[in-house]
Design a protein around this ligand. Structure first.
Ligand code: CTP
Ligand code: MG
Length: 186
């Protein structure tokens, strides 16, 4: 029981830089779009005005800062974790993930977001309109791919992380819908 809870908490821990990187562009985005306003040969925008250079940079900065914060508090969390589970080497590996891990996950998350946007435009989804599954999971999968050369958390953590990401995204959108700030509940 405590063991499962620890695995769940550590999977969330891995996801934090990518989630923050994905969530913060909306706060600091704006200005010049990444595609420079250019159109693809299908007559649609390459990416659209929803993907800006400033948003990309804001995401990287906040995702990286998240990793720095985690790096600083990990030594204090270790004894708390050890209070209720036997801390395995895999758990230590995840808990003490290094700052470059957060940087790569942030870059991956933002790149996944851009790739997702490109695909959405190609299949005719307008800027800002939802594309369920890709909007929820594209960024986290790309974050895991980007970080894979230096950090591989193992299949259990990956499975929990992807499932948790899907539900958190879904839940946050549903709350946004109920509060009236989102057009669709997904
Ligand atoms: N944003 C940004 N730069 C980014 C990503 C996001 O400025 N690289 C900001 C934009 O204001 C964007 C908002 O965050 O409208 C929400 O992001 P997201 O939902 O990912 O973009 P969409 O507007 O839905 O665009 P798309 O359909 O291309 O995904
Ligand atoms: Mg969107």
């Amino acid at each position: 029981m405590y063991e499962e809870l620890a695995l769940f908490e550590l999977a969330i821990w891995i996801g934090l830089p990518a989630w923050i990187a994905n969530a913060t562009p909306v706060l600091g985005g704006g200005g010049r779009p990444i595609d420079g306003g250019r159109y693809f040969r299908d007559g649609r925008r390459l990416l659209g005005n929803g993907k800006t250079i400033r948003g990309f940079i804001v995401g990287i900065i906040f995702g990286t800062l998240t990793g720095v914060g985690q790096f600083l508090i990990a030594p204090y969390l270790r004894p708390l974790l050890a209070l209720y589970v036997t801390v395995t080497p895999e758990m230590d590996y995840v808990l003490f993930m290094q700052i470059p891990v957060a940087i790569l996950m942030s870059f991956g998350a933002l790149t996944g977001d851009v790739v997702g946007s490109f695909i959405k435009r190609r299949v005719g989804v307008e800027s800002g309109d939802p594309s369920p599954v890709m909007d929820q999971l594209g960024f986290i999968i790309m974050a895991l791919i980007f970080v894979a050369p230096i950090f591989e958390p193992g299949p259990i953590f990956v499975a929990i992380l992807i499932t948790a990401t899907f539900f958190i995204h879904w839940l946050s959108n549903a709350i946004g819908y109920v509060l009236g700030v989102k057009k669709h509940p997904w």
